[in-house]
Ligand binder design. Structure first.
Ligand SMILES: [Zn+2]
Length: 608
């Protein structure tokens, strides 16, 4: 009885101690931010080659989407052969494959071979295409088998992609993804088509009138039709969906990580006033950052369970030649940085100053605005050494494993300087998609998720800012389904920059961003909220994993290679329900889509 009364009291005292420790900036045990693991991996394994990717180099329209498709196949760890359509002998060789991907729009090059493809599907093959086929005699020979009952002659305009029946992650609260800024703008990228009852439509146009991606059985086999001519990186989520529908149960590796970066944080707080801050709050920038902005960040951490990774700028000078003066005003760095660390966040490097690591005489094409270029790699190194000295002095218990290039601009020389001067940096986090400048060149460093040959872990950020536009929504949704990953950044000084919607005021900016946070946390509940170094670990595990899959009609199984004790997968099931599992656990993330956590080298998932 006494114990029952004491228990809540003890709990209260314990909470009090934890709060006190946090306030004093003492690290809590059981959590070590900034540590990138060196895993030991098992031997890699390899799937048999069962997939044929058919290309036609004469058709430039298929080139870009083929690049996206090959990236999808590599990421899904699918072994495949590539052949030129005009050079492949269908009658003799098609039988050695289970999956055929047609990756060009004009099917006339197939000629009479399309009959061989029809027979092959009827006997159990699975066919998909990557881009809207052009109407023509050859296409019409197979359109009935593709489930088309009428139309398939004329292109029609669509303005958005609508996910049917919550079949993709993200589509429960947001089924519609617009293709351009102006929702009334239509793109002629799809064929009008009336489909048979047997078709299962996964994607349609904004109003449902045009089917954009569907599955239809034919004989013993299956056909998945893509009716969109889109080549952006965001097509990867849809192409991986199409590929997965060729199988009854399709298992592919993912990262399972969600990271939120605060760029330029901590950094010297600007003195004086910001126009819109003064307008809305009547205070200067420094008071706004600590009383309003930071309060919002903390509120998001609590409300959404997210954790922040801040990347440090020591000084906003424009020196590119030493000596690099030390920033002696560390109190704000300490205050903000320790609060972030104590909320299970993490710190990384952004720069001694904000001059991107690009070399004079070499990287002029990457320069934007008033940035000064570096005269040598040695000067870059000296500035990084000062940043490292400063960061370790201010945060003696922290580890710094992640580097974010200023303005996402980076160079080969910068990379070498990082490796030389701050070998503690294990991962680089730049951009997933470059934004082209006025000359049509991408200035930013564009990355793919993975481990580079020099051992650096590449982990791009996918979206940024407080207002997530139509394009970034598509990209974010695609990556949730392709890599099961989310990565976002913004800056405290977004509130000072009209180009980043500062004139809207922080209240509206934060409200806009909450829509994104609401969407991610409601629709991707299973995703892990992580810091950058934890994502770096997840990317390593993902990069190394390999699979040897098999399926017998009632279960899918895989032997894992490159395994280090944990691996994540998405499992797409076509009209099936998962049952017993061996060596893994399973959680539903969308209609027909499951997140799989493997804890053993052999996994099995039964299904009905
Ligand atoms: Zn920055």
């Amino acid at each position: 009885m006494v114990f029952r009364i004491l228990l809540p009291l003890i709990a209260l005292v314990l909470i009090g101690i934890v709060v006190m420790l946090e306030r004093n900036g003492i690290q809590l045990e059981g959590f070590t931010p900034g540590v990138v693991q060196d895993y030991t991996y098992t031997e890699p394994v390899e799937d048999d080659i069962r997939c044929l990717l058919l290309v036609d180099h004469a058709q430039s329209a298929g080139k870009e989407v083929t690049e996206q498709m090959t990236n999808v196949l590599r990421s899904m760890k699918v072994n495949y052969d590539v052949f030129e359509a005009g050079e492949f002998s269908f009658a003799q060789s098609l039988d050695s494959y289970d999956h055929l991907i047609i990756s060009f729009p004009d099917w006339e090059v197939l000629g009479d071979s399309v009959r061989d493809i029809i027979y092959w599907v009827r006997d159990g093959g699975s066919l998909m295409n990557t881009i809207t086929p052009e109407p023509g005699a050859t296409l019409h020979m197979i359109s009935q088998q593709m489930g088309v009952e009428g139309g398939f002659n004329d292109f029609t305009g669509i303005s958005g992609i609508c996910v049917q029946d919550q079949r993709m992650v993200g589509s429960t609260t947001k089924p519609l993804y617009e293709l351009s800024k102006d929702p009334s703008e239509k793109m002629d990228i799809s064929l009008q088509a009336q489909l048979s009852e047997a078709c299962e439509v996964y994607l349609s146009s904004e109003d449902g009138s045009v089917p954009l991606l569907w599955h239809v059985p034919y004989g013993e086999g299956h056909i998945v039709v893509t009716n969109m001519a889109l080549t952006e990186k965001y097509m990867r989520g849809f192409l991986s969906l199409a590929y997965s529908l060729m199988e009854e149960a399709c298992l592919y590796p993912v990262i399972n990580s969600s990271v939120y970066y605060l760029d330029d944080f901590p950094s010297p707080v600007p003195e004086g006033d910001g126009e819109f801050i003064r307008r809305d709050y009547g205070i200067d920038i420094a008071s706004f950052y600590s009383n309003v902005w930071w309060a919002t960040i903390l509120n998001w951490e609590e409300k959404y369970g997210i954790r922040h990774t801040g990347v440090i700028i020591e000084d906003y000078n424009d020196l590119v030649k030493g000596p690099f003066p030390k920033n002696e005003s560390t109190s704000q760095f300490k205050a903000f940085g320790n609060m972030l660390l104590n909320n299970r966040g993490e710190l990384g490097f952004h720069g001694y100053n904000h001059m991107p690591l690009i070399l004079e005489g070499k990287d002029e094409g990457k320069r934007i605005g008033a940035y000064v270029m570096w005269p040598s790699k040695e000067e870059m190194e000296r500035s990084l050494e000062e940043l490292s000295r400063f960061s370790h002095a201010v945060f003696p218990n922290a580890e710094f494993a992640v580097y974010v290039p200023p303005s996402n601009i980076f160079s080969e020389t910068g990379r070498e300087a990082i490796k030389e001067a701050v070998p503690e940096i294990r991962a680089i986090a730049s951009f997933y998609v470059t934004h082209t400048n006025a000359h049509g060149q991408g200035t930013e460093y564009e990355q793919e998720f993975g481990v580079a040959e020099d051992g650096i872990i590449e982990m791009p950020r996918i979206v940024y800012g407080t207002y997530i536009n139509h394009y970034d929504s598509l990209m974010a949704m695609s990556e949730l389904n392709f890599h099961f990953v989310q990565s976002h950044f913004f800056h405290p000084d977004d509130t000072l920059d009209v180009d980043r919607y500062a004139d809207q005021g922080w209240a509206k900016m934060s409200e806009a961003f909450e829509q994104y946070l609401d969407w991610i946390t409601t629709d991707a509940t299973a995703i892990r909220e992580q810091t950058a170094s934890e994502m770096a670990n997840a990317v390593q595990l993902y990069d190394h994993i390999s699979l040897k899959r098999s399926s017998d009609g009632s279960s899918v199984s895989a032997d894992l290679g490159g395994f280090a004790g944990e691996a994540w997968f998405l499992l797409r099931m076509r009209d099936r329900e998962p049952g017993n599992t061996v060596g893994c656990t399973l959680e539903q993330v969308a209609n027909g889509l499951y997140l799989v956590c493997a804890t053993q080298e052999h996994i099995e998932i039964g299904y009905q």
